[in-house]
Design a protein around this ligand. Structure first.
Ligand code: 4AD
Ligand code: MG
Length: 463
């Protein structure tokens, strides 16, 4: 029997002399006279286990196959390591090769690969230093998300992936249909007859779980979702994916200030957790990817976020003297260049922008008394720009109905959303954190395609 759980990371903590069996993949191999050094990694830690093979101690057939990429079981004893870089190493007395990897064709060679090339071998990039670290941080981050909300009594709710309502009212949705594309049923007016489709009406992949989370918040008070979301916008940028993961808390009896406070506490908590759990991985990012990562994260954990209204932000941008690619005036949406200026130049830390013009924000955001702005908030982070979008929700039935109409949205699709305002409405608020944007912030990785296992972007859905 082979049981799971014999991790290399636990081997490092065993006393010298302990007999051990280690399982993993060869990261690199180096031969000098009389001895071979094999760096073995099983993904459990950044650090490789150094396996030392003295000439003649292992049958040549096995040793010759223990090359980069091969999968091995190594048995032996832990000894003090004379080399720098590790306290102990494994002196091999036996090597079993589960799977060899022909060095002539194995695509993941020692170094020098571009991120673009590694994306093409996403079935193997997971074994590299960079992607090992990325996915351990992603794991720790996901756990920290649940921990934060569970410690505060939030109910975890899964919201549907297939939906018939457009949560953002923006229309950038992927359709879900079983109709025969070659032979589409038509309505008398010539449109597509979705009555004959699988769900009996037009269905799509969800852009957000928020609207359903609101249903749950108006029964369980504090809830959160954590799931995949889909956007069919043709945005080919380093910070957009067509499929990404979003964390969406929703709180009854909460206003915009409460929302802002929770978002800040949440970000600080997950940063602290990852700093604590993934020290070696973060050190690697700091050394090899972006030498400001550690300093930035430690700084954020200990300082208050900035806060500025949209109107004030526009004034700052207008007075900056910058020559913007996207011109600035009250009413325009903030672009990445503006967001980065605010957070990197003006505040030099994360900043929360609130109270945006109603025209550029979703229909569900609460209208301010000026009737021009809504109780929106975006959290902007240095290097990334927007990592969180949220708002206090419009809880007044008639105001919400009028906003849905004013945006030209089909009122009948939102009948249940409106009824929540008719029966026991409550002030409530929430936000959405993009998991991959947060990972970019934590790791310093420059392209969002490199912090998700298998990216989906316009023209690309391999693996
Ligand atoms: O600002 P967004 O669109 O907000 C919502 O979806 C709300 N329903 C959230 C809520 O209030 N419950 O998206 C939220 C976050 C963004 O701030 C960003 O981090 C991320 O989701 N995001 C994306 N991440 C990767 N690729 C994309 N195409 C993204 N679009 C949004
Ligand atoms: Mg947004």
């Amino acid at each position: 029997m082979i049981e799971p759980g014999g991790y290399i990371r636990d081997i490092f903590n065993k006393p010298v002399g302990t007999p051990v069996e280690a399982y993993g993949w060869v990261k690199t191999r180096r031969d000098s006279k009389g001895v071979s050094f094999i760096q073995l990694n099983d993904g459990s830690a950044f650090q490789d286990l150094q396996v030392v093979v003295d000439a003649g101690t292992i049958p040549e057939e096995a040793l010759s196959q223990a090359t980069t990429g091969a999968c091995l079981r190594v048995s032996g004893a832990l000894v003090d390591s004379p080399g720098s870089g590790q306290a102990v190493e494994l002196k091999a007395t036996g090597i079993h090769v589960y799977g060899a990897a022909d060095p002539a064709t194995y695509p993941l060679q020692k170094k020098g690969h571009t991120m673009e090339f590694l994306r093409e071998i996403a079935h193997l990039r997971t074994r590299s230093n960079t992607f090992g670290a990325v996915f351990r941080v992603r794991n720790a981050l996901s756990f920290a998300v649940h921990k934060f909300f569970q410690e505060r009594g939030f109910l975890y709710v899964t919201t549907p992936i297939i939906t018939t309502s457009d949560a953002e009212g923006a229309g950038a949705m992927f359709g879900v249909s079983t109709l025969d594309l070659m032979n589409l049923p038509r309505t008398p007016q010539g449109g597509i007859d979705h009555a004959q489709d699988f769900f009996g009406k037009k269905a799509s992949l969800t852009v957000s779980g928020q609207l359903e989370a609101e249903i749950f918040a108006l029964a369980f008070s504090n809830v959160y979702t954590f799931g995949p979301t889909f956007r069919a916008e043709n945005s080919n940028t380093p910070r957009h994916l067509a499929e990404f993961w979003m964390i969406e808390p929703e709180m009854a009896f909460c206003d915009l200030d409460g929302n802002r406070k929770l978002a800040e506490a949440f970000l600080k908590y997950i940063i602290a957790h990852v700093l604590d759990q993934c020290a070696a991985d973060l050190e690697f990012f700091n050394k090899r990817i972006d030498n400001t990562v550690l300093e930035t994260l430690e700084h954020v954990a200990g300082s208050d976020f900035g806060h500025v209204s949209y109107t004030e932000a526009i004034r700052i941008l207008e007075q900056s003297g910058r020559d913007w690619e996207f011109p600035v005036r009250w009413g325009v949406d903030l672009q990445a260049e503006h967001e980065r200026y605010l957070t990197e130049e003006t505040f030099k830390k994360p900043v929360i922008v609130t109270d945006y013009p109603r025209e550029i924000k979703a229909f569900y955001m609460r209208l301010n008394d000026d009737e021009k702005t809504v109780r929106a908030m975006d959290v902007l982070a240095p290097r990334i720009g927007e990592i969180i979008g949220g708002s206090q929700r419009e809880e007044r039935h008639d105001v919400l109905r009028d906003k849905i109409r004013a945006q030209g949205l089909p009122e009948e699709h939102y009948w249940w959303y409106l009824e929540l305002r008719k029966y026991g409405t409550a002030p409530h608020a929430g936000f959405g954190l993009g998991l991959e944007r947060m990972l970019m912030y934590l790791t310093g990785m420059k392209n969002i395609r490199d912090v998700i296992p298998f990216p989906r972007t316009p023209g690309y859905a391999e693996f």
